[in-house]
Structure formats: C-alpha cells, structure tokens
Design a protein around this ligand. Structure first.
Ligand code: GDP
Ligand code: MG
Length: 598
C-alpha cells in the first residue's frame, strides 16, 4: 500500500518560536529547494508576510525524504500561522494531517498559543512530535523547557528533539521522528473518491485552486467530480502538488495532499470544508469539515476617492477567495459616503486586509473604528444584532443590550501578576482562576468583554509586562451589559463614523480622552473647529481647535496652483490620508484613535 510511505504533518507553535524557519530547513535538507534558491521563511510568500515576519496563510509543500531506513517517504508539510486571529487556519490544516511537529522556543518556553495549538492538535488526535528550538541562544534552557512541555502540555518530552532551525541543528532527527512517529494515512484507495478541501486560492487562468487532502479513492485530470455540499458538478482540469510552487502530476491518491483545478469560477461553488467526490457513483458521506469561522470584529472601509468604490468591491471579492473568514456588504455613512461593512477574525486580520487592499489593489481607504456584534433587545420585544454603532436605535427604543465576552488566558512570570490583574480590572474583567504551569510562571484566566480587548488591550499587556506576557482567547457567549453610544460632533454635527459603543461607567473618561486625541490629530484649518463627545443630547466633553493664522494660510494655500496641485496629488497617494467631513479635513488616524483609549 502506497500510503505506508506517506506522512502528513503540520508545524505548530506560538508566534516567533521558529516554525517558518524550521520549514526552510526541511525544504533545504530534503533538496526540495536548492540552496541557491533559498530565502528566509520561504513559505511566507506574500510580501506582507515577509515584511512583518509573520505567517498569515498556511502553506503546503510536498517533500521527498530518503530516510535512514533507506526508504523514500512522501512528506506533506503544512506551515501554519501562530497568531490568535488565525487559529481558524490552524484548525483547517490539522484536518489534513496525522501529525504535528510542535516547536517550542528553548528560551521562552511554553506560551499561550503553544497551549492553544496543542489543544487543537490533540482534539484532532494528531501525533505530536515536540521540538525544542533555538538551542543556540545564550538564554536557551532546554531542560527547563522539556519539563514545561511535560508538565503544562502533558506531552512526553523524553524524545523531544533539541534543535536550532537557524543553525540547521536537529533537522535530520526531526525528519526521522516524523517518519517513525507520525502514523501513515489509512484511507481506502479502492473506495469512491472523497477529498477534503482545506484551503483554496483563486487563479485568474485556472479558476479556483482547491487544496485537497484525498482520504479515499483517487483523482485525476478528467475525473468528473461533485462537491457534496453544493451538489455542483465539474470536470477536473488538473491535479498537482506544491513543490513548493504548483507542479502538476497525474493523480492524487488516498492519503495524499495536493491541489485540484476544475475551472471553478466562483469560490462559493467549492467551499473550504466541503468534500469532493465522484459525480457518478460517488460517496454520499461527507468528511468532517470545519466550523465556518465567523467574523467577530467589524469596521467600515471607505474609499477616500469615491470613484474607487467599484474597485473596492472587486478587491474585497478577490481577497475573499483566499480568505473565507472575510465578509463584506455595502453600507453608507453620512460622513464617509459609500463603502463596505467588513467582518474580520480580529484586529490583526483587519489590519492585514486593509494593507493588502491598498497595496495589491492600489486603493486608498479610510477604516472606521472596529466594533463587535451587540445583541440589542428592543422595547418592542424584538432582538436585533448591531455591528455598527451608527445603526443603534435611539435609547428610548432599547430595553437592554448584551455584549460578546471572551475567555482569556495570560501567561506571565509571577512578578507581573499584580500588573495584569490591574489591567484586567480596568477592562471590566472578571477573574476566573490561576494556574501554575511552570516554575516562576503563572497562567491567569479572565472573562472579559470583547470590546475591551479591541481597545489596545494586547499592546497594553505587552508594554506593562515588558513583553513577557502571552495571551490567548476564545469566544465565551453574551452577557447583559450597561452600554451607551458615544457620539462625536464636529462643529455641531454628529460624525456617524466616529461613534462607538462603550460601557456607561467608561463613557465619560473615554469621551474626554477621545476629544483630546482628536484635537491633537486633526490639523488646524482656516476656521475654528468645535469637537464634542455626547451621549444622546448630552455633551460630556468638548475641545476647540483654533483657526490657522492668516499669514500661515497664505503660505500654504496661496496662489501657487502647482503647489496646491502637488498637495492634492500627495493626498491622493494616501500620504496625507484625509476625508472631508462637512468642511473639516479628518485624517485616517482619527477613526482609529478610539482604539487607543485606556
Ligand atoms: P514563526 O513565527 O514560528 O514562523 O517564527 P519564524 O520562523 O518566523 O522565526 C521567528 C524569529 O526567530 C526569526 O527572526 C528567526 O530568524 C528566529 N529563529 C528561528 N529559529 C531560530 C533558532 O533556532 N535560533 C535562533 N537564534 N533564532 C531563530
Ligand atoms: Mg511563520
């Protein structure tokens, strides 16, 4: 049986512990990529991944490895992202694997996402191969980390491989461990085709490229297939593997990982999580798919130049092809005009989508302050969901509101317990319990409102603990809360795109802070600008931005037309990203400043 020579595995770790670097070493060691073509974190193929040094999309690659037993194995490796926003990517890749290489930094030890990812891998019954990485670091303490792996993760670490992905130490042992310990796939090659779509991307020529894990049967070019969930039928135009670029091959058999193309033009016809089977005589048993990842953070994206509205729609559609968790629908704002309400898995996800829209599609965008989804009980007895503060009905029609909660865990050295508890209290956190995962380290569990996490929580946590804290969270249902909408008026007019929903007790402080921030951010203009924060008709804070002095105006905006044009050009380029609201120019930063309120 060919399957006995296949190993499907992913690499999981907390962010920055060295997954992508280890993947580089595996590619190199197996000769999948020649040394002269090697570049660091090769599987992070997007520019934005390379610049930020993080993995956003999982990447798949097939390696051919001649093991010490003399047999050549087919290894299918999936590199996964580590950040909490992208847990969905991790859970999808796990379903295509039988094993996981768990990378733990020899100096940092077990962190929040180490735990989260190990829990995911264990619940998918994956064999876990622990690797203690970065043993070259002076601060490395592999013995202590091995202890932590045993105590915190309950994984036998006696066979943990001590490695340095940077120096190439331990690479062969890792490959040998994968071959020895990860079980081969055990599908039925003689049964009708069943393959799981675990990811996809859109190619202008090929249509949807579906990344599949074949579980039973086989698939070749010309096979007529059916998507089980949608019932749609297609003719396969090609199958192949990532090596690491797309390489077409004759067929994919049970146990193998690769891609399929079938001139599918709409991603909705070939959803991630769906099962591919034969159009005739196929299986009716879908494979266990995935829970659809639902966006939890929403914001409005508006083109600065309204002529880009249609382009924005197309660009969002394109990105959605690669990113099932992204949602969008048209919305309009009195202040900003026409745009889209977009849904994301978290703030990093939002940030990355905005940057990709601007960079890959040349759009210049204004993003409004992110919001979570509130459940609003109306006096009429109806309950509605509101993800845009501007759409909140007037207070007189609201009987009560529920807000989404998260179960958060923070791992820190014990000396920071007080600091973290202070922060959690400021953010309306409810203490749950403390665990003691390892010597000198503490894991504190809190229940927190999600909207408090959006506001700068992670940055605060990092800075107040000098970078030592790691943080993870899960959705934890809804709870009733005393919430109000805070409006910002500019020269007397409410700016819908600046409204936000906050707890009543925080409203005064945050309203005051926000007008002060806006005063600092909005440039002085030719007239005085009056800024107010208000709850309903009641103004709770105000500030004035005084007008520019005449001679300064003359200098900047005088008769020099070419200079003025240059200025406009610059604005268009997004260097000075401003949106006129009424007659006031508001920079992009203003819309995000609500996130920086303590
Ligand atoms: P990922 O987020 O888990 O994919 O981590 P990366 O592979 O992007 O690595 C994060 C950082 O750690 C990069 O700067 C790497 O160069 C560095 N790094 C990875 N492995 C090692 C190692 O074995 N030793 C040292 N000293 N640094 C490493
Ligand atoms: Mg990475």
């Amino acid at each position: 049986d060919h399957q006995q020579f296949i190993r499907n595995f992913c690499i999981i770790a907390h962010i920055d512990h060295g997954k992508s670097t280890l993947a580089d070493r595996l590619l190199e060691f197996t000769g999948t990529v020649q040394h002269r073509h090697m570049q660091e974190q090769l599987l992070d193929s997007m520019d934005i991944e390379r610049e930020r040094g993080i993995t956003i999309k999982m990447a798949s690659v097939r390696l051919s490895y001649k093991a010490l037993d003399g047999v050549t194995y087919q290894l299918n490796l999936i590199d996964t992202p580590g950040h909490v926003d992208f847990t969905y990517e991790v859970s999808r890749s796990l379903a295509a694997c039988e094993g996981a290489v768990l990378v733990v930094d020899a100096a940092q030890g077990v962190e929040a996402q180490t735990l989260a990812n190990v829990n995911l891998a264990m619940s998918s019954n994956l064999e876990i191969v622990p690797v203690i990485n970065k043993i070259d670091l002076p601060a490395a303490d592999p013995d202590r980390v091995a202890e932590e792996i045993e105590e915190v993760l309950a994984i036998d670490a006696t066979e943990a491989i001590r490695a340095s992905a940077k120096m190439g130490i331990g690479t062969e042992e890792i490959l040998e461990s994968v071959v020895r310990r990860v079980p081969p796939p055990s599908g039925d090659v003689n049964a009708p085709l069943r393959a799981l779509v675990y990811d996809s991307h859109f190619d202008a020529y090929l249509g949807v490229v579906a990344y599949i894990r074949v579980v039973d049967g086989e698939i070749t070019g010309g096979t007529q297939i059916k998507m089980l969930a949608t019932g749609k039928v297609f003719d396969v135009t090609g199958v192949g593997v990532f090596a690491p670029r797309m390489k077409s091959i004759d067929k994919l058999r049970a146990g193998e990982v690769g891609y399929m193309t079938a001139s599918v033009k709409t991603v909705g016809d070939c959803n991630v999580g769906d099962t591919v089977t034969l159009a005739h005589g196929g299986s009716s048993q879908p494979l266990a798919g995935y829970r659809q990842a639902l966006p939890v953070v929403f914001c409005g994206l508006y083109p600065v130049d309204s002529n880009q509205y249609q382009d924005l729609k197309e660009a969002l559609g394109r990105l959605q092809l690669n990113d099932a968790a992204l949602t969008f629908e048209p919305e309009s704002s009195a202040a900003l005009g026409f745009g889209y309400r977009c849904g994301f898995l978290g703030l990093l996800h939002l940030d990355i989508i905005q940057e990709r829209l601007e960079r890959e599609f040349n759009l210049v965008l204004i993003a409004t302050a992110p919001s979570v989804i509130y459940k609003v009980h109306l006096t009429s007895g109806e309950t509605i969901e509101v993800d845009n503060p501007a759409n909140l009905p007037p207070a007189t029609q609201i009987a009560g509101m529920d807000e989404p909660m998260v179960a958060a865990s923070v791992i820190i050295p014990s000396s920071y317990v007080g600091t973290v508890m202070d922060l959690a209290r400021e953010r309306r956190g409810v203490y749950v319990r403390t665990d003691y995962p390892a010597r000198d380290r503490v894991m504190i569990h809190y229940k927190l409102p999600m909207n408090e996490i959006l506001m700068d929580f992670f940055d605060q946590l990092k800075s107040r603990t000098k970078g030592y804290a790691s943080f993870d969270y899960d959705q934890a249902g809804y709870e009733p809360s005393n919430l109000v909408k805070l409006d910002i008026n500019i020269n007397g007019d409410p700016v819908d795109a600046l409204s936000f929903i906050t707890h009543k007790e925080k409203a005064y402080g945050r309203g005051r802070q926000l007008v002060e921030k806006l005063k600092a951010i909005i440039p002085r203009q030719q007239f005085e600008i009056r800024l107010q924060a208000a709850i309903g008709a009641k103004v709770i804070a105000s500030e004035n931005i005084s007008a520019l002095r005449k001679n300064v105006i003359a200098k900047c905006y005088g008769g020099d037309i070419s200079r003025k044009r240059k200025l406009l050009e610059k604005q268009k380029e997004g260097k000075k990203r401003m949106k006129s609201i009424g007659s006031v120019e508001i920079p992009q930063e203003a819309f995000m400043s609500v996130l920086k309120l303590g």
